[in-house]
Design a protein around this ligand. Sequence first.
Ligand code: ADP
Ligand code: MG
Length: 465
Amino acid sequence: MVESESKNLGEMQAQWAIVRGKIRQKIGDAQFKSWIKVISLKDYVDSRVILSVPSNFMRTRIIEQYLDIIKSYWLVQNLKINNIEIVVTQNDTSPETDTSEEKRSQILMTSKRNIETKNEDIFSSISSDLDSRFTFSNFIVGKPNELAFAAARRVSEAEDVPFNPLFLYGGVGLGKTHLMHAIAHEIKQRMPLRRVIYMSAEKFMYYFIKALRFKNTVAFKEQFRNVDVLMIDDVQFISGKDSTQEEFFHTFNALIDQNKQLIISADKSPQDLEGIEERMRSRLGWGLVADIHPLTYELRLGILQAKEEKLNARISENILEFLAHKITSNVRELEGALNRLAAFSSLVGREINLDMVQDLLKDLLKSSQRKVNIEEIQKKVSQHFNIKMSDMSSSRRSRTIARPRQIAMYLSKNLTSRSLPEIGRRFGNRDHTTVIHAVKKVEELRTKDVSFDEDVELLIRMLES
Ligand code: ADP
Ligand code: MG
């Protein structure tokens, strides 16, 4: 018992050393020497930290000015702490300490003036780092995300609060975090004096629970009073934690009442968020709710083209199209695939071909592997050659239509288990001999015409691999 307590105290000493180091960095040497250095760790009992200082005067000032910062740093080190108390060490009222008090009062004047900046310091440590690549200019806009994008821009340009909260939602990897960081970057540039905090809901809860434990939720809310824009990412993580949800709700309302811009993201719409109280749910939907839909082929390709250009990766358009077709889940996977190809290409010092892609992205492509049917083939082929799907069955015979149709027949023969007559029927009730002719023609062209062969190869890869 005694042993474990003394071991605990040893650990606490180590933590205290770290906390002191951090505080020193924040407040500077002069303040540190006057106010923090004199504090010593006396005890650690029942999750309470007891610190001691030489005089009452110091105790009062330290509580006033430094206790919060001590608490916040120490909690980051150790979540088990329930409270931090400061006592005066009786036998240490030497005359020397007393005479220096006057000097301390003078220092106090300067430190009072510093208090504003100090609060901000605590803030910037609360706000998470922003990814410098997540800007508006790096965000590719298309149908699926145009509303979210426009709303994000509006919020970052407005002098007032255009809608509150702005609620962004969509599946994983579709750009919610990117947009939030972009808002923060933009505001920092346009209105540097505005205070913007971005943090994950998890982190928000973490600080919040700490505040609850210290019974200083008032101070917690106070911290947000100076904020102009508060962004909470992935709010679905708040669901389920009842007591904290209640408090979160109050904080949330208070901020909206004070006309602070709130921006919330989640993987679902407010109505579909599970484990969230009804009134919270409806409150979340009061402002503007903007969803990001699953990405279309065009947007996927656009994103790949933009990223390829940035990477300067020497990856051909064909391959980008192939990736846009095959990797449909989210942007993160698209980026991952592209990065891998770029790294390989720079390693081997030449352009990547489809075979290499197959090999390098085996794992990513496998997940989307599936059986194809005639309809899909017709659709892909007409898309690829920019003709109407209905022309697959029409009687038009111009080369620009007939050739793709023949390719589609050829692919149907090779990629599905359908019989020739069945294939013929699906292409506008044509005879099976027409299908045989198409297959032969395509086989012949593939041996003669390299670019034709590449086209067909690409289609096969896209449909099947
Ligand atoms: P989410 O937060 O919705 O899960 P992220 O914002 O983290 O998704 O996006 C995942 C990755 O995809 C990031 O690297 C991001 O830059 C990128 N990304 C997402 N959407 C786009 C887009 N429209 N244009 C460019 N990059 C995007
Ligand atoms: Mg995210």
